[in-house]
Design a protein around this ligand. Sequence first.
Ligand SMILES: [Zn+2]
Length: 375
Amino acid sequence: MLSDIENLLKLQEADKEIRRLQEEIAELPKRVAAIEQKLAGTKAQLEKAQAAIKADEAARKKHDATITDLRGKISKYRDQSLDVKTNEQYKALLHEIQFAEKEISEIEDKILEIMVNADARSAEVKAAQAELKEETAEIEREKEQARQRTAEDEKLLAEWRGKRDQLRGGIDEDLLRHYERVSKFRGTGIAEVREQKCMGCQVMLRPQTYNDVRSGEKMVYCDSCQRVLYLSPAEEKIEEKPTVHRPRRHHPKIDAPQAWYYRPEFDAAGEVYLCFTNSGGRASRRVYEIHTGRLIGDILIREGDFRHAFPEDITGSIRLNGDWDEEELDAWGTEAPMVVLDALWADLELARHEMSARPASKPEAQAVVPGQAAS
Ligand SMILES: [Zn+2]
C-alpha cells in the first residue's frame, strides 16, 4: 500500500517532467518562427528601398530624354525664326521657345530632387542590408540553440518515458487506471492530506475518510476530486510527537488571594497539593494528597499573607493554576473532588513541560518570593 503511494508519487513526477519537456520542445520552433517573421519584415523593407532607387533611375532617364527633346525643339524654333516674314510669326516662335525653356527648368528641378533623395535612399538600403545580416546571424544562432536544446530534451524525454513505463509496471492495474483517468482531467492524480483537507481540491475530508488515510491500510480517494490521497509527511510527524500540540499554559497571578502549589515531598505524606488563601490579614494552608485528594492534617492559619506566613512550604514548590471559594473548600470536607484533582494534575503536567522546555529557569515559587533567604 505505501509502496503504491511512493510509486504513484514517482509516476506523478515523471508525468510532470514529460509534460514540461514536451511543452518546451513545442515552444522552440515558435521562437525561431517569431525571429523569421521579423527577418521577413526587414527583407521587405530592403526590397522596397531597392525598388524606389530603380524607379528614381527610370524617372531620371525619362527626364533626360525629355530635356534632349525640348532642346531639339528650341534649336528648330531658332532656325525658323531667321526666316519669318511677320512680327506676329516671330513673336509666336519666341513664345514657343520660352515655353520649352520653362519646361526644361521644371524638369531640372525634378532631377535635382531625385539626386538629393538618392543619398537618403542608398542610406536606407545600407541600413536594411546591415539589419538583415545581423538578423540572419541571430536566427542561425537561435536555430542552432533550438536544435541542441531539442536534442537534449528529446534524450531526457526518452529517459523519463522509460522511467514512467517501469513505474507503471509496478503499480496495481486498477489503481493505475484510476490515477491516469483523474490525472487526465485534473492535471494531477494524487494529493496530499494536510489538516484533514485534500490539498488537491482544498475540500475537508469526512472523519471516516481521514481516518482511513491515516491508518494507511487501504487506498483512499478524495470524495470530491477523486484523487488518490496520502498523509502529508509533516502530519505523520505530528502524530509521532503529540507534545507539539500542548495548549499554551495560563500563568497564575502573583498577587492572587488564593494560590495552589505542588510539592514533591511533604513530611511523610509524599506528593501533595498545597492551597493557600489570604483572608482578613491572615493566611490559611490546606494540604491534599495528590492522588486521593485526602486532606492531610488540620487547616493551618497564620498572621500575614501566605508568602510571608509559609515561606518554607513555597520554596521548591511548583505554582499551579487554581481558584475556588473558601466556602467551596470547606464544602469539600476532608477530600478534594476528582475534577479538582484532574484540573490540578493537567496543569502540573503543563508546568513540568514548560520547565523542561526552559531548563535554565528556576521553579516559579523561588523566583517570586521576595526577601526569602535561601534555605
Ligand atoms: Zn480532493
